[in-house]
Write a protein that binds this ligand. Structure first.
Ligand code: FCB
Length: 439
């Protein structure tokens, strides 16, 4: 069976600044909350840090050549706020801004569409010292940072994402404490949910005021929450879980108000909302990015894990590609959405380098293939999906797991910084070239 994609389908790969750049304190870059967090003993597996990571800051030209050899049509990356504004606001660090300028020019020179994310979790530590996202002034600083970037790169970068996974920022960073800044406080976490949404709205307004021709969107982490059976008790638990978590962002962004279930879930931690905030948040968007890796299954007792008979990745995430199709159909029916990009999807598996230096990552290749096919099915069902970005181009710093989890379609030898294209990368390259997936 052959699944053909539309000619304009944007095939890409994704990364994030802190996970690949390294050069954490070079050329005037300020400290980020991830520098501070990874330098704090006990926070990251094996004490790893992003100090060097994939050394992309120094090797970006080679990495762009690699992307070109793979035939990528687009590259999703993030800019580091403290690299361009070391204090979060105030004096601009020109060498930092120049770095992104050169990166964008290198991409365009080989016809790769830059798909830029303004915030992939590395808040300037200077702003954290004033309360970070809990403090509403950070929202205004973010809009100013967005404006600065658009003034410099908006003539060449067409796709602008405000936030990557605001839910993970709010909850993993401020309720569960596994991510920077490491808070464990529901009141702070819920206020941050709201402040991130306000910051998003302000940034969209700031971007459009400078250049009304850009494509502006946000990226949400959305995993379908599914019942283990048709039994009403299972369905009710899955539905409740969906409403408590997923609607927190989808509702204000696309319906202009919070869902009643989200208020109930927040309870006494309900954030302070100022007049006009809901209108500020619900800006018209040009696309919605979806990061999807798995699903969560529920029965009447709660989450079912592990799911009997299912395959799991190294992250402990169930492999269930059909759930992606169901998810896309669901949100497409429930909300009036702009076009969708799958902005992240991929899998961590243990890779072994064969005697010939090759990495035969058959499970990752199969994971990608299954998900491409399900995206194709969803498009046939009527969901407007415009592109797909593999997470990730390179093995990289996987947050609290450090370098222990490899998601790349390209292997990185962290001792030598050598890049080796895995079988999945070679296969992906053929998919892009033919614009077809063969089953
Ligand atoms: C997502 C993050 C990305 C990466 C993948 C595995 O939640 O956006 O940076 O860590 O998970």
């Amino acid at each position: 069976m052959t699944y053909e994609f539309p000619p304009s389908f944007l095939w890409g790969a994704a990364t994030a600044a802190y996970q690949i750049e390294g050069a954490w304190n070079e050329d005037g870059k300020g400290e980020s909350i991830w520098d501070r967090f990874s330098h704090t003993p006990g926070k990251i597996t094996d004490g790893d840090t992003g100090d060097i990571a994939c050394d992309h800051y120094h090797r970006f030209q080679d990495d762009v050549s690699l992307m070109r050899s793979l035939g990528l049509k687009a590259y999703r990356f993030s800019t580091s706020w403290p690299r361009v504004l070391p204090g979060g606001r105030g004096p601009v660090n020109l060498p930092g801004l120049d770095f992104y300028d050169r990166l964008v020019d290198s991409l365009l020179a080989v016809n790769i569409e830059p798909f830029l994310t303004l915030y992939h979790w590395d808040l300037p530590q200077a702003l954290q010292d004033e309360g970070g996202w809990e403090n509403r002034t950070t929202c205004y600083a973010f809009a100013d940072y967005a404006a600065l970037m658009v003034k410099r790169l908006g003539d060449r970068v067409k796709y602008w994402t405000t936030f990557n996974e605001p839910g993970v920022v709010a909850f993993d960073g401020n309720l569960y404490g596994q991510h920077a800044p490491g808070n464990k406080d529901p009141k702070i976490a819920y206020q941050i949910v709201h402040n991130l949404l306000v910051a998003h709205g302000l940034a969209v307004q700031a971007i459009r005021a400078i250049n009304s021709n850009l494509q502006v969107g946000i990226v949400l982490d959305i995993w379908n929450q599914e019942p283990a059976s048709d039994a009403p008790e299972d369905v009710a638990v899955a539905e409740q879980a969906w409403q408590n978590y997923q609607t927190i962002f989808l509702h204000p962004l696309f319906r202009g108000h919070y869902h009643a279930a989200a208020y109930a879930a927040a309870g006494e931690n309900m954030p302070k909302i100022q007049d006009g905030d809901l209108a500020r948040i619900a800006q018209k968007l040009d696309y919605l990015g979806i990061n999807n890796y798995s699903r969560i299954l529920y029965n009447a007792q709660g989450q079912v894990a592990p799911v009997p008979g299912s395959e799991y990745t190294e992250m402990g995430w169930e492999v269930c590609a059909p759930a992606l199709r169901r998810l896309l159909n669901r949100i497409n029916q429930e909300y009036r959405l702009p076009p969708i990009y799958i902005t992240e999807n991929g899998a961590a598996f243990k890779d072994e380098v064969g005697p010939n230096g090759k990495i035969h990552d058959a499970r990752r290749l199969d994971y990608l293939k299954q998900h491409f096919i399900q995206v194709h099915h969803a498009m046939q069902d009527g969901v407007d999906v415009r592109g797909y970005f593999v997470w990730s181009l390179l093995d990289n710093f996987e947050w609290a797991h450090g370098f222990s989890k490899r998601f790349g379609i390209v292997r990185v030898d962290y001792e030598t910084q050598e890049r080796i294209v895995k079988d999945s990368g070679e296969w992906y390259s053929r998919v892009i070239k033919s614009n077809c997936v063969e089953e």
